[in-house]
Write a protein that binds this ligand. Structure first.
Ligand SMILES: Cc1cc2nc3c(=O)[nH]c(=O)nc-3n(C[C@H](O)[C@H](O)[C@H](O)COP(=O)(O)OP(=O)(O)OC[C@H]3O[C@@H](n4cnc5c(N)ncnc54)[C@H](O)[C@@H]3O)c2cc1C
Length: 435
């Protein structure tokens, strides 16, 4: 038995067996054996989900030996990659090929299969989450068979498996539509929250990748606008020294120290939050896309995120702003707001609606349950859909109401995994028991 815990320490498990396949054939053989023996199995990525989605006390499949690019067409941007490849490795490999992912989230530690399975996203009103870049998937199903799906081949399986929660099979390879490498111009600046909210629609429309962080107890938000530069533009990256100061010293070491003080002396959180909000500073630079999208997060936190219809954002934030000062326990981490374009993936949080994402966080070890529960109620009243990899308490009954194709997903699940080989407690809760 090998103990497993996720990045945030919010989920632990003791799998009976951990399998580490090194080939397609080994992967298929592993799944077949587990199914024949009547056990269950979870494929796992880098353990960066906050929820229990990857946890199992039965069999786990670790894909860290199943990595790398299998095929790449630099003309079309079509790239096939093994499921266990981390986004960090993928970004570097793509860059060497003169290619890049269209959009990315905040970090690059996730595996490509883990990222798409929970609907991982970045920001950008004209851009979808990572799963929208998927052109084809190869999966090992519960009976050990290997299948491929795309918009033409097994389209229902494709619509389900692009954000499949690891419930339909083990993704073996992911084929992505990438684009020629590009650079981003990054502008970050503090601004009064009221002003940011007033100009929100315009900013989301005018920038390729727009987001902001609101620091509870302060009056200011930190705005981030990343825009694509024309091909061939010269970039002005942050110097190594500035990176060290900004990311490692200010964002990680100093912020981490503030959080630790706040955890030890909770009454200091509100004044510290106000102080942090007032010393936010501006910065401008440009760099290769993935170096701008991705940041290093060393300070551990817990997180819940809901996707709400874009037009509901102002109401949701107004209620959240009213809630935070009333909470008994203070909030040490900022609220992050992002946007995404509607897509057609059945369990995508942006399914058929232009979306605003609101993410609430708390420093590890500080009380968060009441905060997250009240936030979930606010977002839920606006039809909010929880990120599958982040913390929430919803079950299949309430999720069915929020996903028009929920029953189609269950139909596909029943077809490809009729006995629940891939289930765990989390899936039993959010999808209902398999079979
Ligand atoms: C610091 C931090 C920052 C984050 N930033 C963002 C962000 O900016 N945007 C965002 O949307 N999310 C973000 N997340 C959430 C994160 O992207 C997701 O939870 C993601 O799923 C984690 O990927 P992973 O490789 O760690 O997968 P895991 O958490 O290990 O697994 C996630 C799911 O994928 C399934 N899975 C893994 N491999 C396979 C496979 N081969 N076949 C089928 N299913 C598989 C697992 O069974 C599980 O259901 C962040 C998380 C952290 C900790």
């Amino acid at each position: 038995m090998t103990a497993w815990t996720n990045w945030a320490g919010t989920a632990t498990a003791h799998p009976q067996r951990v399998h580490r396949p090194r080939s397609d054939a080994e992967l298929a053989e592993t799944v077949t054996r587990i199914a024949v023996d009547g056990r269950t199995v979870r494929p796992r990525g880098s353990g960066h989900s906050f929820s229990h989605i990857a946890a199992t006390d039965s069999d786990a499949i670790d894909l860290s030996a199943w990595t790398g690019i299998v095929a790449a067409d630099t003309g079309t941007g079509r790239v096939t990659v093994r499921a266990g490849t981390t986004l960090r490795a993928l970004n570097a490999d793509l860059d060497r090929l003169g290619l890049a992912m269209t959009n990315l989230g905040d970090i690059d530690a996730q595996t490509i299969a883990g990222a798409i399975s929970t609907g991982t996203h970045g920001t950008g009103a004209r851009y979808g989450g990572i799963s929208t870049q998927v052109a084809e998937l190869e999966l090992v199903l519960a009976d050990g068979s290997v299948t491929r799906c795309s918009s033409r081949r097994r389209p229902d399986l494709f619509a389900a498996a692009r954000v499949g929660l690891g419930a339909l099979g083990v993704i073996s390879t992911v084929t992505l539509m990438c684009e020629p490498a590009f650079a981003l111009d990054a502008r970050e600046y503090p601004a009064p929250l009221g002003q940011v909210l007033e100009g929100f629609d315009e900013s989301a429309a005018d920038n390729d990748h727009f987001e902001f962080y609101w620091f509870p107890y302060g009056s200011k938000a930190l705005v981030k606008c990343n825009n694509r530069l024309p091909v061939g533009s010269t970039t002005a990256p942050l110097s190594r020294f500035r990176q060290l100061v900004d990311y490692e010293v200010v964002e990680n070491a100093a912020f981490g120290a503030l959080c630790r003080i706040g955890r030890a002396v909770p009454r200091s959180v509100r004044p510290l939050g106000r102080a942090a909000s007032s010393v936010l500073s501006a910065r401008a630079y440009s760099d290769v896309s993935y170096r701008v999208f991705v940041t290093h997060r060393a300070v551990r936190f817990v997180e819940s995120e809901f996707a709400v219809p874009r037009e509901a954002l102002h109401g949701v934030l107004a209620e959240l702003r009213a809630l935070v000062p009333k909470l008994h326990d203070p909030v040490a981490f900022p609220v992050e707001v992002r946007v995404a374009a509607a897509d057609d993936i059945w369990l995508s949080t942006a399914y058929r609606r232009d979306t605003a994402y609101v993410a609430v966080h708390q420093f590890v070890g500080m009380p968060y349950r009441k905060y997250f529960a009240e936030f979930a109620a606010i977002a839920g009243a606006a039809g909010g859909r929880p990120h599958w990899g982040k913390m929430h308490d919803l079950d299949a009954v309430s999720l069915r109401e929020r996903y028009p194709r929920f029953d189609d997903f269950l139909r596909v699940r029943k077809e490809v995994d009729p006995t629940g080989v891939f289930t765990n407690d989390y899936l039993d809760r959010v999808l209902g028991p398999a079979g």
